[in-house]
Design a protein around this ligand. Sequence first.
Ligand code: NAD
Length: 516
Amino acid sequence: MMDLKKDMQEVLDQFAIRAKNNGGSDGIAQQLTKGAQIASNSPVDGQLIAEVATAAPTDYEAIVLRAEEAFLAWRKWPAPKRGEVIRQYGQALRDNKEMLGKLVSYEMGKSLQEGAGEVQEMIDICDFAVGLSRQLHGLTMHSERPDHRMYEQWHPLGIVGIITAFNFPVAVWSWNAMIALVAGNVTIWKPSEKTPLAAQACMHILSGVFKANQVPAGVCNLVQGTTEIGKLIAADPRIVLVSATGSTRMGMAVGQAVAGRLGKCLLELGGNNAIIVTENADLKLALTGAVFGAVGTAGQRCTTTRRLIIHESVYDQFVAELIKAYGQLQIGNPLDPQVHVGPLIDEAAVVQYEAALVAVQKEGGSILTPAGKLEGEGFESGCYVRPCIAAVQNDYMIVQQETFAPILYVMKYTTLEEAIQMQNGVPQGLSSAIMTGNLKEAEKFLSASGSDCGIANVNIGTSGAEIGGAFGGEKHTGGGRESGSDAWKAYMRRQTSTINYGDDLPLAQGIDFHLG
Ligand code: NAD
């Protein structure tokens, strides 16, 4: 085990994070913020890490004005030149991977490996964005009019607002920001008020790269604050696109505010993800996929496996193996490499976990493993709980909701049609999986009458996606797509242009119009 205090001090020094930070509004130009301080306490040991000044409405206004001005210059930079800046940021992240990963881990509570994994995701998306900076291309079409050429091109939108959740404090921002920036936009990031320091560190690293490349001030901004700042962003017509990641409750509020001003919205909201384990599954593989999916990040991933829909013929055997595997889980300090499960983000999350277990039992379910809050040495922060398994019915009210904690619901099915119906029978539609060696079962699951989710995997769990694919989900997950594939199109506006190089003015649809 490392000397936590000494180690974290080194990390904070590396990113110029002091006991009280004025970086609330901007990691690049050091603008004073006048809002209240928010404290960042680690869920690992309950210690105060540092305080951050939030942006007051006047700070917010100044930042938006500066971003608007920065956009006028940044949109003129050739996209590959913007890509070169992002390439350098990717390199700077490589240099800081270990330190930033540790900060993410300590501030959010995920394991060291997952903290470093998040930074790796940032690096990957930088690489992707660099390539993209030379591929922001549109189509050309044959015009129906003689001597005409028709084509489409993609232009930047302007200011992109990015609101992020606590559970991926750095990766989700970079998915959005790196693509938005190479596309020629400027960005304003409001991170979760539960993980302000990781955001501060990202901006600190970025500021060195931006300075070296003389990127105009205001291209990439940070506004620290509570939901109040999020609400300002959602309501602000100058923010052309709002990309918001968080709970469905938040997405409903942001979606309505943005729609009310006819702005663009990209929503990445809660999931309620299931794995179907068929009688043809490799049960060893299914076990690892299910346990990692359910307890990784202490059940605080949007793609966490929350439900297991198990064929009746293998149910008893598989549940017995699951219970055995849960008995081997090490719970504790996530900075210890031996530990599988760290803390929840805060004590409020523990209360929600406990309330969900009460609700399960009230509705007739049973808890199959030891469960509850952990007390005593090593658990002083009050944020540690036992991951647990509960036998339920899919239509229980509590099962229909996303509880952001390591509770795995198990249920039985008889036919595949029934299993798919159960998998789809929740309001959310993010990630889904089937474990099977049977081709017909796999194809049925992936067909139009199969999974209704944005992500559908075969012989892989629900959690952990690669940046190369478009990421997001349907229904109450919000319908947005981020990261790879052609998700970049959400950050640009499409313009169709037709050029007449002839001497006449033929009209479309053969309309004949003569003057005189
Ligand atoms: P949250 O909804 O409480 O907060 C997310 C962000 O939204 C925070 O920055 C918060 O300040 C802001 N916010 C909250 N209410 C707002 C409002 N009315 N207007 C504007 N901004 C507002 O979520 P959380 O607890 O930080 O994160 C957990 C949730 O995020 C889970 O539901 C999880 O599934 C979801 N999530 C989804 C994805 C995805 O890609 N689908 C990824 C990560 C997390």
